[in-house]
Design a protein around this ligand. Structure first.
Ligand SMILES: NC(=O)c1ccc[n+]([C@@H]2O[C@H](COP(=O)([O-])OP(=O)(O)OC[C@H]3O[C@@H](n4cnc5c(N)ncnc54)[C@H](OP(=O)(O)O)[C@@H]3O)[C@@H](O)[C@H]2O)c1
Length: 286
């Protein structure tokens, strides 16, 4: 029997990737975003969920303006912690399985080794704090899953890849930090993994916390450099240090996620970040 799946944040990067891939499944998907329902309105949201009664909820709704969150931490908290808390409450009542997306920005990034699900979070920013509070709320529900990802980009929405491509067209030179290290994640690859997790018979659904990004590691400078290589832009990329480009929110210096747990649990072969980037840029050009 077809499963009923509700995707929140359906107009965002990841939500849009899920929408595209969902057409290939036999399940019934409903996509909602803030234009359908503001999920921070707890009473309305709970009534909406009770009426829909999905088998799964994939929560991609989020406040993702990392720097702006420093000025309006209350709004970030309401969205990034309040919505998962409401979904955990609904899950507790209904037994519905909930997959919630979180971030590497929950980590302080002060150790240069891949971070496991057991490593202690200690966010450096208001955004990271709100996302950590969302994780805690979701993990209070026994059927809740948290997938932390990093440096997400897509052909949909606004992201680093699109900004770099635009600026490489407009300028002769770009300065990009090389002392923040992580892994870019192509939204299509993450969406594919989420669909695999919810696929009936794909393996045992094991709630809890998981890390997923593409494989390999990169600095933002490396990421920009590769975008330049693939697009054959002529703009020069100059490596700089974080202190030369101060931003309101502090970011982790090293936040490479260990994917061992999700790889083993769901028997995944995770593509390298350069392969994801190549596919994304090819798709943008089509
Ligand atoms: N982007 C990254 O680099 C990155 C990295 C690591 C983890 N993540 C996490 O990955 C997940 C997906 O990220 P994404 O890049 O796809 O995010 P996104 O493109 O910003 O999409 C989030 C969507 O949620 C919607 N939304 C915001 N507040 C809402 C509310 N109160 N009720 C209902 N919908 C609401 C947004 O609408 P508006 O646009 O109108 O606000 C937007 O359409 C998020 O949990 C994010 O924290 C992202």
């Amino acid at each position: 029997m077809a499963q009923q799946i509700l995707v929140t944040g359906g107009n965002g990067q990841l939500g849009s990737e899920l929408r595209e891939l969902s057409a290939l499944t036999g399940d019934v998907f409903t996509f909602v975003d803030i234009d359908t329902i503001d999920l921070t309105d707890r009473a309305r949201a709970l009534a909406f969920l009770e009426e829909r009664s999905p088998d799964w909820i994939i929560n991609c709704a989020a406040y993702t303006a990392v720097d702006r969150a420093e000025e309006e931490p209350g709004i970030a908290e309401k969205v990034n912690a309040g919505i998962p808390a409401m979904l955990a409450e609904y899950g507790n009542k209904s037994g519905c399985r909930v997959i919630h997306i979180s971030t590497d920005y929950v980590f302080p990034g002060d150790v240069a080794r891949p971070l496991t699900e057991e490593d202690p979070p200690a966010p450096l920013s208001a955004y990271g704090t709100s996302k950590r509070n969302g994780e805690t709320a979701m993990l209070s529900y026994k059927n809740g899953m948290v997938i932390r990802t990093s440096w997400l980009y897509s052909t949909y929405g606004n992201n680093f890849v699109k900004s770099m491509m635009r600026m490489m067209d407009e300028r002769d030179e770009l300065r990009v930090v090389y002392d923040q290290v992580g892994t870019p994640t192509y939204g299509t690859d993450l969406a594919g993994v989420i669909l695999r997790i919810i696929e009936p018979g794909a393996g045992t659904y094991l709630p809890g916390i998981y890390h997923y990004s593409n494989e390999g590691i990169a600095s933002w400078y490396d990421f920009a450099h590769e975008i330049r290589e693939i697009t054959q832009a002529s703009c020069r990329i100059i490596p700089i240090e974080t202190e030369e480009y101060p931003l309101p929110a502090r970011r982790p210096a090293f936040a490479v996620l260990s994917k061992k747990k999700i790889r083993q649990q769901y028997m995944l072969q995770i593509p390298h970040w350069k392969s994801g980037l190549q596919r994304c840029i090819e798709k943008m050009k089509r």
